[in-house]
Design a protein around this ligand. Structure first.
Ligand SMILES: Cc1cc2nc3c(=O)[nH]c(=O)nc-3n(C[C@H](O)[C@H](O)[C@H](O)COP(=O)(O)O)c2cc1C
Length: 353
């Protein structure tokens, strides 16, 4: 059966489908819907306190007795930004004034880490998967989580990154094609124009690694799930497709932009966060494109842009979306899972018949 793989066996899944953690859009109820339908739901931990992370995981466990993927973003500090990016800061400050948000705050310059309190939460709650975007944490953390029974999953955008993650102990690797919505997962600063689409990237990473490979980027319907499995994936990892589910915490302006997206609607830009991310363009990405000195590094740019999401006039949010947005549907997670699995199954059976 096409849907029995090393990942479905290890994680006790009916279907090799991960919903992407999509912090903070993916909620415990979205993740539980996916897991209850036989896939595995993802839940972001970044930007939440350890207590909030514990509550998010407990919320999931109340709604589902099945497997969970808890996710963390890893990044370094920006260094001192004093006196730099003055043009970007002043243009963003104009938006704060126009939107009645007061003075723009000082940008955040901190790095992220798996701090001891968060590690304690992860050790106590034992998510079946702990996944990382932008590399892996120190070996002692990787080994502690593995020893505690969590499977370690990390994201690669090139064969070299995949090899590196496998050598560092990843139990499975996400091959993230250029089609993917949200942040590019590169942790070696590969230029986005040189990153491959999933069709080219996936079989190369499958050939290069011996751990199971999970396909991400533009996987949006049953047909693309089938294609990814034929190309050697042992699961798919879908973000944008679940962004339209009612359980996702997505602002109305973002939902509308997703609903009206076409095949050539998205761009990769550093303007929304400081790291390259695929989004639907809006007033923010259009108007800030010509700013001298460009965007601040992550998370400084994000920390100034994020509050604008709540702006009364809209169009200043971060409209993350993948290239498959036009194929997505507005369905509750469990219904979407039923449709995706039925369609993928039908395509693969027809091909094998
Ligand atoms: C709205 C949104 C938020 C995301 N947030 C995260 C995140 O918190 N952690 C993570 O590992 N990946 C995140 N991603 C990237 C996804 O894990 C994944 O690579 C991507 O969604 C796959 O492409 P697709 O959107 O075309 O399905 C996000 C993607 C989107 C669309």
């Amino acid at each position: 059966m096409w849907h029995r793989t090393r990942l479905t066996e290890r994680l006790n899944l009916d279907w090799p489908i991960f919903s992407a953690p999509m912090t903070p859009f993916a909620t415990p109820s979205l993740a539980a819907g996916v897991s209850n339908a036989g896939g595995i739901g993802g839940l972001g931990m970044t930007s939440f306190t350890p207590e909030e992370c514990e509550r998010r995981i407990a919320g999931f466990r109340q709604l589902s007795g099945r497997s969970l993927n808890a996710n963390l973003l890893l990044w370094g500090p920006t260094g001192n930004l004093d006196g730099q990016y003055s043009e970007m800061r002043s243009r963003i400050a104009d938006y704060y004034r126009e939107e009645g948000l007061g003075d723009a705050p000082e940008p955040a310059t901190n790095g992220s880490s798996v701090n001891p309190e968060l590690l304690e939460v992860l050790m106590a709650t034992k998510p079946e998967v702990v996944s990382f975007h932008w590399g892996l944490p120190d070996q002692d953390i990787v080994q502690a989580l593995k020893g505690n029974g969590s499977m370690i999953v990390a994201c690669a955008t090139t064969v070299a990154e995949a090899r590196q993650l496998e050598a560092l102990g990843a139990d499975a690797i996400i091959a993230q094609g250029l089609e993917a919505g949200g942040h590019r997962g590169t942790f070696t600063d590969v230029d986005a124009t040189m990153q491959a689409g999933l069709f080219a990237l996936l079989p190369q990473i499958v050939n290069a690694c011996s751990v199971p490979i999970i396909a991400a980027g533009g996987v949006s319907n049953g047909r693309s799930i089938a294609a990814a499995m034929v190309l050697g994936a042992e699961a798919v990892w879908m973000g944008t497709a679940f962004l339209r589910s009612p359980e996702a915490l997505v602002p109305d302006a973002h939902r509308l932009a997703l609903r009206t997206a076409g095949d050539a609607s998205t761009i990769v830009t550093r303007l929304v966060s400081g790291k390259p991310a695929r989004v639907l363009p809006n007033k923010l990405t259009r108007e800030l494109a010509d700013v001298d000195g460009g965007p601040m590094p992550f998370p400084a740019q994000l920390s100034l842009v994020k509050p604008l999401e709540a702006s009364e006039h809209g169009d200043l949010g971060q409209l993350y979306a993948g290239q498959g947005a036009a194929l997505t549907r507005e369905l509750p997670a469990e219904d979407l899972m039923a449709q995706l699995t039925e369609d993928a199954d039908a395509h693969l059976r027809a091909m094998l018949a």
